[in-house]
Design a protein around this ligand. Structure first.
Ligand SMILES: [Zn+2]
Length: 432
């Protein structure tokens, strides 16, 4: 039989080894020893083939703007927001499009084929919204871009936010955003959650709020978010991003809150890399890590997906569109070092994120879109450990990015000529 693409000898994330056959942009078979010809044949030689990475929380209107108009000197979330306020009036549609397209190139090379990006609506020009709606169309053949209307300065606190949020949704932005902890009072924060969920219910949209991104343990808007999700019948369509106050809540309250989140089927989106440096800034020692309670949420069956949040922008100077880095940092910051926990962190940048996104045809199984990434690693844990090179990135059956394996050449007397990290295993010593 003739296929468009066959990948031989791939390890799958679930531990199986299989060949993958692709025709007309879809996966048609995942099984051992597929016979047949294909235009493109790839021998994976036991490397990991995974469904593509998804960045479920990002700010594409801000990315690659680092240093404009200046750098964030304190590195805090609040100076980042202030700096963004200085940059926003300087934005042009062309510049946002150019930066976003460049970022998408990088994301694809790193195996990210879907991004949920918040886009600030606190600008009467709606430059970011117009730009990213165009970018969404421009990249759709190689990357799914989903946009969230985000009132950065507060849905109530900014006098222009409410009107512009509706304008952005009218223009085609598909998710309702918010920032309840950024409102003037707890009460306004609570009311904003209700108002935003009602907008989503009325329009049949999803919700993804920047929620409780603070070290204040009394910031409990997630409780309202879970409540409104149930009241308005939004189960499965609502996400709480950041939820960092959960780190600092007392255990008794958390023991009540977490089951409410599970019951309401609210997706939870930690942003480990960004929040581990943005939170705890008022602490001397000990310094809080400022991540939501990831293993405890997962244990209750809550769908947790990691986002990257930022890449070279007012909030975060580093970043490389690397979701394996997000998983790696999450493992360190949450003590999720057991074998099963590390595998769960790989799912948090793949399957769980697809569920939050509502991405159809995702996965490595017959009938799914032929979208996947071949990694220079044997299994998910090794991929996270090495932040493995993306040997091939495939979209609808076509290779759209390739990276050479990591090979270093040594000049050491009596030692091997090369080092390939993905060929390393714990050394077996002779024992007596
Ligand atoms: Zn964010």
């Amino acid at each position: 039989m003739n296929f468009d693409l066959i990948v031989k000898n791939a390890n799958l994330a679930d531990g199986r080894m299989a060949d993958i056959a692709v025709a007309k942009g879809k996966i048609v078979a995942v099984e051992r020893d597929i016979e047949g010809d294909a235009q493109t044949m790839i021998d994976a030689t036991g490397r990991l083939l995974s469904a593509p990475f998804i960045d479920i929380h990002f700010h594409m209107d801000a990315t690659l703007s680092l240093g404009t108009p200046r750098f964030n000197r304190t590195g805090t979330l609040l100076e980042g927001i202030q700096l963004w306020g200085e940059l926003r009036p300087l934005l042009t549609k062309e510049a946002v499009i150019e930066r976003a397209l460049r970022y998408c190139d990088l994301a694809v090379s790193q195996g990210i084929l879907a991004v949920r990006s918040h886009v600030d609506v606190c600008d009467d020009r709606l430059v970011g919204v117009e730009a990213l709606l165009e970018v969404r169309d421009m990249v759709q053949d190689y990357l799914d871009l989903q946009l969230v209307a985000f009132p950065q300065n507060g849905y109530f606190r900014s006098p222009i936010a409410a009107r512009n949020l509706e304008r952005a949704l009218d223009m085609g932005v598909e998710v309702v955003g918010g920032i309840p902890h950024g409102e003037r009072t707890m009460e306004d924060g609570r009311l904003s959650v209700t108002a935003l969920c009602e907008i989503a219910a009325k329009r049949g949209l999803m919700v993804d709020l920047h929620c409780d991104e603070t070290d204040d343990p009394h910031s409990r808007h997630i409780e309202t978010l879970a409540y409104e999700t149930q009241r308005l019948g939004l189960k499965g369509r609502v996400a709480g991003s950041h939820l960092t106050s959960m780190h600092s809540m007392d255990n008794y309250y958390a023991s009540k809150l977490l089951p409410l989140i599970a019951e309401a089927e609210v997706h939870c989106i930690p942003n480990p890399v960004a929040n581990v440096v943005l939170q705890g800034r008022h602490d001397t020692y000990p310094k809080r890590r400022g991540l939501m309670r990831v293993p405890e949420l997962m244990a209750l069956g809550v769908n947790v997906a990691f986002g990257q949040d930022s890449c070279m922008d007012p909030w975060y100077s580093l970043g490389n569109a690397d979701m394996l880095e997000a998983a790696n940092v999450a493992i360190h910051a949450t003590h999720m070092t057991s074998h099963d926990a590390m595998k769960a962190c790989f799912a948090a940048i793949t399957d769980n994120a697809a569920k939050t996104f509502g991405l159809e045809g995702y996965g490595v199984a017959p009938g799914c879109n032929a979208d996947f990434v071949l990694l220079d690693a044997r299994d998910p844990i090794e991929a996270i450990r090495l932040r493995a090179n993306r040997l091939a990135v495939v979209r609808r059956g076509k290779v759209i990015s390739e990276t050479a394996p990591h090979v270093s050449t040594l000049s050491l007397p009596g030692r091997p000529r090369t080092v390939e990290p993905s060929r390393y295993a714990p050394v077996e010593f002779a024992t007596r």
